[in-house]
Design a protein around this ligand. Structure first.
Ligand code: FES
Length: 189
């Protein structure tokens, strides 16, 4: 079987990105207003509200000091510091981390800079649920069950899977990395 590898980091047309950004910002503002109306702030309600708000709209001003989700950890279980991790990364090469309650790896997406993308890859094949492996030498995720392949951001390169890999939300705050097992409000792919 031959494949024509698609570009790994397909750029989104600027107008589409701008529409996404506007929707994203509008969603953050409306989400904050809605939460404020539905839940007048009390000490008891603040934490769950912030968890939801800051995982869905991490750029909201109320989230400046709040890290939602579970903290990303390395293979020894130690929390990962952003300033220690980034110098070891290569843009385009996903970095496996732990931390989510299901104990499954999440792959941080490393963008140019280098910088950590606000989303990570959950390595769960969308064909029948096998765990895909990152093959650095092939620059792609490969499913061991029936051979589906995905690029570094989880887009399908080869079937039988026909949906991209699921995403988690990734938030960086104060040198820490938070993982939320929920797709970001806008899928960047
Ligand atoms: S489960 Fe991955 S290709 Fe079938």
């Amino acid at each position: 079987m031959t494949h024509s590898p698609t570009p790994r980091f397909k750029t989104t047309p600027f107008s589409r990105r701008r529409r996404h950004l506007i929707r994203y910002l509008a969603g953050g503002g409306l989400g904050a207003i809605a939460l404020g109306l539905v839940h007048p702030e009390t000490a008891a309600s603040r934490e769950p509200d912030l968890e939801y708000l800051c995982s869905m709209f991490p750029q909201n001003s109320r989230c400046a000091d709040y890290l939602p989700g579970a903290q990303a950890v390395d293979e020894t279980g130690q929390p990962i510091a952003v300033d220690a991790l980034l110098p070891t990364t290569i843009p385009g090469q996903p970095v496996p981390v732990g931390g989510l309650p299901d104990d499954q790896t999440t792959y941080l997406v490393i963008q140019s800079g280098p910088a950590i993308a606000p989303y990570g890859i959950r390595p769960i094949c969308t064909h029948m649920g096998c765990t895909v492996d990152w093959r650095a030498e092939q620059n792609r995720f490969v499913c061991p069950c029936h051979g589906s392949q995905f690029d570094g951001e989880g887009r399908v390169l080869a079937g039988p899977a026909n949906e991209p890999l699921p995403l988690a939300t990734v938030v960086t705050r104060q040198n820490r990395i938070g993982l939320v097992d929920r797709a970001p409000s806008v899928d960047p792919r």
